[in-house]
Design a protein around this ligand. Structure first.
Ligand SMILES: Cc1cc2nc3c(=O)[nH]c(=O)nc-3n(C[C@H](O)[C@H](O)[C@H](O)COP(=O)(O)OP(=O)(O)OC[C@H]3O[C@@H](n4cnc5c(N)ncnc54)[C@H](O)[C@@H]3O)c2cc1C
Length: 525
């Protein structure tokens, strides 16, 4: 113990360290010494601002702990917000955080006065990101009002994307928005649910219409309507767009704002007991099940492994946002979410983030005799979906496997048998012209699949109080990204405001995993 004290004092005197280093060293060391013999609460009372790091001091570059050789990957390796993941969620969140902060600070006068927002992405090519590999579909045809509104909000942004993302000296952004509508088909079994969904959608402002079997045949004569009782067609704000083009436009805009892009992999977090807002260590976390924990933890900094730098670099920040898509659970576990925590035995802290990678295939087919321009995004009662791709007789199609356990999710290899055995027969049944299609190509991508209720997770963790989520949207992330990010950014910067009144995303908070209250969505594709 005395050796550590001496080292800390010498370092403090010689290096002009930033605040609290000396105290942090002492508290961190005393925490390690006492951890095994005392109860978690006793440890906390003694060390209510102890620092926890997954690394030893000499295993990382931490300029705040006096590492004078620490390479700078950001100004002073500090940021207001660190966003993990540079896919559509991360980029959309950066955009809205900046917009919200702009209202509060003199950024307008000079972007150099702006708080730093850092987007950390391990693969800037985004070659395996779900956002790059998705089908870009947008629909309002959900059953839960929250999902309907989030999708509508995103479409509002997409329709006005030039206004939001045009940047001086750059091409006008074009996200190839095709407002062609979704067409949901239902057999007798599913007709009641389709009708209920329709009512909710209309109540929430969606422009959709119901079609009987006869009407369906009249409007889409190329379709085999056998067994179809009812259909619902989106008249406005539905269709598909190019998420890649949106990400490119966002990156250009964000760079013009001064948002920082860091190419690196997040490998861990430095945390602190008690919050800076509560240095006295009073009761902090009020859990959603009504109980309270005596302590809370905050994320002090993010360790980022950057190419050509020997050790992970620590970036301090006020908040950390988990936008890591299919890898979000790994990030959450690094913070401690869903992991046994020796300092807090409250059951709520043990709830994991239920988001996993689930492989989905998309097949491109060519069928010159197909419906071409007339083909909206058709969703068959069997789970099959198909839409046109361009105007040259190409289509993309796919469906989720009935049993996810039968799929090897460890790689992105395509299963061509799945097309021949499951997809094509359904396709040819619904659109007879597709008997004569030619399979041109295929790819696979990961859904950021929420195993709990297949819906997004928006908001802060109740215990790790400055760690928030924007993830788990399963098959409907690219259509909700802009809306969901706007909601989260408002909460993080100003607290609930105008947007919260318009869209209440509370049901989509992490708390639902703790109190076991799934958001039931009947229209999952
Ligand atoms: C085949 C397919 C079709 C789809 N179709 C649609 C559709 O039609 N409509 C729709 O709305 N949605 C669709 N989706 C879902 C949608 O693509 C996702 O919900 C959405 O893209 C998720 O965005 P994201 O930014 O969270 O994830 P991603 O785009 O995957 O981005 C996450 C990023 O985090 C990075 N990352 C992860 N871990 C780390 C780390 N430790 N350090 C640094 N970076 C890290 C990853 O490299 C990745 O680039 C589809 C998905 C698939 C796979």
């Amino acid at each position: 113990m005395s050796l550590i004290k001496t080292v800390a004092r010498v370092c403090q005197m010689t290096c002009g360290y930033r605040h609290n280093f000396y105290r942090d060293v002492l508290l961190a060391s005393s925490y390690n010494f006492t951890r095994s013999s005392l109860s978690p609460n006793t440890i906390w009372k003694r060390n209510h601002s102890a620092i926890i790091s997954p690394f030893e001091f000499d295993e990382v570059h931490d300029i705040h702990d006096g590492d004078r050789d620490a390479p700078l990957i950001l100004p002073n390796n500090e940021a207001e917000f660190v966003i993990i993941g540079g896919g559509l969620m991360g980029l959309s969140l950066a955009f809205h955080l900046w917009r919200n902060l702009e209202e509060l600070t003199p950024i307008k006068a000079s972007k150099h006065l702006a708080p730093v927002i850092a987007v950390v992405e391990r693969d800037p090519s985004l070659s395996k990101a779900s956002s790059s590999l998705s089908c870009g579909g947008i629909r309002q045809q959900f059953s839960h009002p929250c999902n309907i509104k989030l999708s509508m909000k995103s479409t509002e942004y997409l329709k006005n994307i030039k206004l939001h993302l045009a940047t001086a000296g750059q091409d006008i952004p074009d996200v190839q928005y095709n407002p062609q509508g979704y067409l949901f088909l239902a057999t007798q079994n599913g007709a009641d649910q389709l009708m209920t969904n329709y009512t909710t959608q209309i109540e929430n402002g969606a422009k959709v219409m119901l079609m009987s079997q006869n009407k369906l045949k009249e409007v889409f004569p190329w379709m085999n309507v056998d067994g179809i009782e009812l259909a619902c067609y989106g008249l406005e704000n539905e269709g598909w767009y190019d998420p890649w083009a949106l990400m490119e436009a966002l990156k250009i805009k964000l760079k013009s704002f001064g948002v920082r892009f860091v190419t690196g992999e997040v490998v861990g977090f430095k945390k602190k007991y008690a919050s800076e807002q509560n240095p006295a260590g009073r009761v902090i976390a009020s859990m959603p099940d009504g109980s309270r924990t005596e302590i809370a933890e905050s994320v002090q900094g993010t360790y980022i492994k950057v190419q050509d730098i020997d050790k992970p670099v620590l970036v301090k920040s006020r908040g950390v946002c988990n936008c890591a898509g299919a890898s979000s659970k790994t990030i959450a576990e690094m913070v401690g979410v869903g992991v046994e925590n020796p300092s807090c035995d409250h059951p709520s802290v043990k709830a994991p983030l239920p988001v996993e990678p689930r492989k989905r295939y998309v097949y491109t087919v060519h069928c010159p005799d197909g419906p071409i321009f007339d083909c909206p995004m058709v969703v068959d009662p069997s789970g099959l979906y198909i839409r046109r791709e361009g105007f040259g007789g190409h289509y993309i199609c796919g469906m989720s496997p009935e049993d996810d356990n039968s799929v090897d999710h460890s790689n992105l290899d395509v299963d061509y048998d799945f097309f021949h055995e499951e997809v094509w027969p359904r396709l040819a049944h619904r659109i007879p012209a597709m008997e004569k299609l030619k399979l041109k190509s295929a790819w696979a991508g990961y859904y950021d699949y929420n195993t709990f209720d297949q819906n997004g997770v928006i908001g802060k963790h109740p215990y790790y109080w400055n760690f928030s989520f924007l993830t788990g949207f399963s098959g409907h992330g690219v259509q909700m990204a802009m809306g969901a990010a706007a909601c989260l950014a408002e909460k993080l910067v100003t607290g609930p405001g105008e947007l919260s009144k318009e869209i209440d995303v509370t049901p989509l908070g992490f708390e639902r995993f703790i109190i076991n209250r799934p958001v039931v969505e009947a229209n999952i594709v």
